[in-house]
Design a protein around this ligand. Sequence first.
Ligand SMILES: [Zn+2]
Ligand SMILES: [Zn+2]
Length: 174
Amino acid sequence: MHIRVLDVKKWAGREERQNFFEEWPAAVQERTEYPLQGLAELDVSVRNTGGALIVEISGTAHVLAVCSRCLEPFDLTVPFTTVEEFREEPGPSDPDQDYYRFQGDKIVLDDIVADAFGVSVPYAPYCQPDCKGLCPMCGTNLNRETCDCQEPHDSPWSLLGQLKFPDDPSSSHH
Ligand SMILES: [Zn+2]
Ligand SMILES: [Zn+2]
C-alpha cells in the first residue's frame, strides 16, 4: 500500500488526494487478534510544505470482534486517522526523530496505517452499548433470553453489618 509522490514533491504548496479500496497490508492484521473483514477503505492526502510532505490518512476497518460482555462475535467498525511527516532523506527512518524518511517517487503507508489502526481498536469492545452480557450464575446470554437465577441474597453491604470490630481503643479506661 503506497502513495505516489513524484509530482507533489516537486512543488511547495501542492496537495494531492487519493482514495484507496484494496487489500489490507499484512502489517495491519498483525495489530489485532480479530480477523479483518473486507477491504481497506482509506482517504489519503499528501501536502508539500516546502521542507516536508505531510501525509494525512483517514480510514475505516471492519473486524470480526468478540464482545467482551456476552462473548458473541460481531462486526466491529474501527475508524482511524493519522497525520505523519515525511522527508526525502537517505537511510531508514530514525525512531528518535519525529518524521519518517522516504526516497524516490512513492511513500509506503503500511506501517503508519498499521500503527493508526492498532491504537484505535478498542481493548474490550461491546457488541452494543447496552449489552446485557452473560448471567454470572448460568451463563445465559441476557440479550436473547432471561433466566431464573436470583440475585444473590447477601449483598456485600449486608455482610458489612455482620462484621465485628474490636473495641475502640480511645474509649478504654485506665
Ligand atoms: Zn455483547
Ligand atoms: Zn442465570
